[in-house]
Write a protein that binds this ligand. Structure first.
Ligand SMILES: O=P(O)(O)O[C@H]1O[C@H](CO)[C@@H](O)[C@H]1O
Ligand SMILES: O=c1cc[nH]c(=O)[nH]1
Length: 261
């Protein structure tokens, strides 16, 4: 006979959630989420009284204050499935509004390196949301979040576009032909890896969500340019540093809307 496993929580692990090690409850309602843990550090450094409140795997989470408003900054790593683990634990701990601040490859030549793409909606090729709800269900940003991001971008003089992005689970190409031309013809602006997972997750949980992405190169070629990916060029690094304030300001503006209806 198999012995029963002792999964009884001890007093320390019971206080934190298991994947991200964020406190189990009591987080502020607003969160800025990024892929790269180093970007979470850099955004947190802009806050007043930032403190690390959770660290595990690719997840680094801070709590601090921006323009007098308490918020959370977290990293979710690369890819939708892992990102949803963060979104779920943040929501469990009290977060109701999430803005993703990421990077993206432009699918159009008229979108320049360092520009911001504000994701109004996303193509659901994320590899995880199909396991949450039927694929016909749309992945859409909360309109107030999109408007707050666009207003903050205007205030900061940040060049930006609003539109649909393609969220895709595979970063590198395999043997399949990708529908790049079709999506470009359909008006999709850029490609990245987590937006649609956030939007579907948020819709299913009644959360608010939005996203602004810094363009790190052109990715409109057949293999969505995994081979020429170069996100560490100065033009991208400078834009990522500059535009963090856009997203922080948008998040704080959303606080005035209260909790999601
Ligand atoms: O810069 P981040 O936020 O990680 O976003 C993009 O960069 C990573 C690599 O492509 C993916 O996570 C993608 O979505
Ligand atoms: O998925 C991604 C993210 C950033 N830049 C790209 O080219 N692709």
């Amino acid at each position: 006979m198999t012995e029963p496993r002792d999964n009884a929580p001890d007093s320390v692990s019971d206080d934190v959630l298991p994947v991200t090690k964020v406190p189990r409850r009591g987080l502020p309602g607003l969160a800025l989420v990024v892929g790269d843990p180093a970007r979470a550090d850099a955004v947190a450094a802009r806050l007043t009284d930032a403190r690390l409140i959770g660290e595990n795997r690719e997840y680094r989470t801070f709590r601090g204050t921006w323009r007098g408003v308490e918020l959370v900054v977290s990293s979710h790593g690369v890819g939708g499935p892992g990102a949803v683990c963060l979104f779920a634990e943040l929501a469990e701990a009290g977060v109701h509004t999430l803005l993703r601040y990421g990077t993206t490859g432009a699918l159009r030549r008229d979108i320049q390196d360092g520009d911001l793409v504000i994701a109004e909606a996303a193509v659901r090729d994320d590899g995880v949301s199909q396991q949450l709800v039927h694929p016909e269900f749309p992945a859409f940003a909360t309109p107030e979040a999109t408007l707050a991001l666009a207003a903050a971008a205007r205030e900061h003089g940040a060049r930006h576009r609003r539109g649909v992005v393609w969220t895709r689970a595979a970063f590198s190409p395999g043997v399949l032909t990708l529908p790049v031309d079709e999506y470009v013809r359909a008006g999709v602006l850029a490609i990245e890896m987590e937006m649609s997972a956030l939007y579907v997750f948020a819709a299913l949980r009644g959360l608010r969500a939005g996203g602004a992405l810094v363009v790190d190169g052109y990715a409109g070629n057949d293999d969505v340019d995994a081979t020429t990916y170069a996100p560490h060029r100065q033009v991208v690094v400078d834009a990522v540093r500059r535009s963090a304030d856009v997203v922080l300001d948008a998040l704080v503006a959303l606080q005035e809307n209260g909790e999601p209806a």
